[in-house]
Design a protein around this ligand. Structure first.
Ligand code: ADP
Ligand code: MG
Length: 246
C-alpha cells in the first residue's frame, strides 16, 4: 500500500446545502500524479477548494498532515484578478510567503529563487512587466514560476491548460513532469482526455459523486465516461424543472 498524503472520507461539500461534492472516499498517494476529470459543474474546483481549506466539508473529513504553505494551489483562470497592479517579479515572490510570512521582508535568496523560476518558465527579462500586460500563456507561466518558488510538497492545479497556447501547455506540462520526478504529489483538473491519458497515471472521475478513482486506463473507460455524462445531464434536467417551478 502506498503512503497516502491526503485522504478523503465521506467528503461532502455544499453550497447553501446543495451538495457539489457528495460522499467522496479515497486517498491520494504520496508522489502520485493524478488528473481530476468530470463534466462542467461536477465539483472539481469545489474539491480542490475543500482540500486547501477554503471551503469546509458539510460532512466527512479531509485528512493530511500538511501546513497550508506546503500545498501549492493554482485557481481556475476565471477566479484570478489580473487587473491588480503588481509586477511579474512581485507575483512570483508571493510564492515565498512561507519564508517571509505576512509582514516579513523578501531576502536575497527569495529574489534569486524567483529569478531562477522565471528563467525556468521562459520569462527572463519580464520581471518588471505588470501582470496585466501579459498574454494568457505568459501569465500562466508566471503562476507556475510562483509555484516553483513555493516549493510545495503537494501541488493542486485547476484547469492549468485551459485557453493556453500549445507551446506554453507543452512547457508547463514539462514542469509538471519534473515535479512528479522530484517526488512531489501533483493533482490537476483537466478537460483534455488525451492529455489525461498521455501524462497522468491516475485519474479521479467525478460527477458530484465519485464515478471512479484509480489507474487512468481503467477509470477513463467508455462506460465510466458515459455514466459521468448521464449524471451531468440529469442536473440540467433538474435545473430546467426548478426554473419552471419558479
Ligand atoms: P467544476 O469545477 O467541476 O466545473 P464546481 O466545483 O465549480 O464545478 O461547481 C460545482 C457545483 O457547485 C456547480 O453546480 C456550481 O454551480 C456550484 N457552485 C460552485 N461555486 C458556487 C458558489 N460559490 N455558490 C453556489 N454554488 C456554487
Ligand atoms: Mg472548475
Amino acid at each position: 500500500m502506498r503512503t497516502p498524503v491526503l485522504s478523503l472520507s465521506n467528503l461532502t461539500v455544499t453550497y447553501d446545502r446543495h451538495p457539489a461534492v457528495h460522499h467522496v472516499n479515497g486517498q491520494i498517494a504520496e508522489g502520485s500524479l493524478t488528473a481530476i476529470a468530470g463534466p462542467n459543474g461536477a465539483g472539481k474546483s469545489t474539491l480542490l477548494k475543500a482540500i486547501i481549506g477554503e471551503l469546509r466539508p458539510a460532512e466527512g473529513r479531509i485528512e493530511h498532515g500538511l501546513r497550508r504553505t506546503e500545498i501549492g494551489y493554482l485557481p481556475q483562470a476565471a477566479e484570478i484578478n489580473r487587473r491588480f497592479p503588481i509586477s511579474v517579479l512581485d507575483t512570483v515572490l508571493l510564492g515565498a510567503w512561507k519564508n517571509t510570512g505576512a509582514f516579513g521582508g523578501v531576502n536575497g535568496k527569495d529574489r534569486a529563487d524567483a529569478m531562477h523560476a522565471l528563467q525556468a518558465v521562459g520569462l527572463q527579462g519580464f520581471e518588471r512587466r505588470s501582470i496585466g500586460s501579459l498574454s494568457a500563456g505568459q501569465f500562466q507561466r508566471v503562476l507556475f514560476a510562483r509555484l516553483l518558488v513555493q516549493d510545495a510538497k503537494v501541488i493542486l492545479l485547476d484547469e492549468p491548460f485551459t485557453a493556453i497556447d500549445a507551446r506554453t501547455t507543452r512547457d508547463l506540462l514539462e514542469i509538471v513532469r519534473n515535479w512528479h520526478g522530484e517526488g512531489r504529489t501533483v493533482v490537476a483538473v483537466l478537460h483534455d482526455f488525451e492529455q489525461v491519458r498521455q501524462h497522468f497515471p491516475e485519474t479521479l472521475l467525478i460527477a458530484r459523486e465519485l464515478i471512479a478513482w484509480g489507474p487512468t486506463t481503467e477509470v477513463m473507460s467508455a462506460a465510466n465516461l458515459s455514466r459521468a455524462r448521464a449524471m451531468a445531464e440529469r442536473w440540467d434536467e433538474n435545473a430546467a424543472v426548478c426554473e419552471d417551478a419558479a
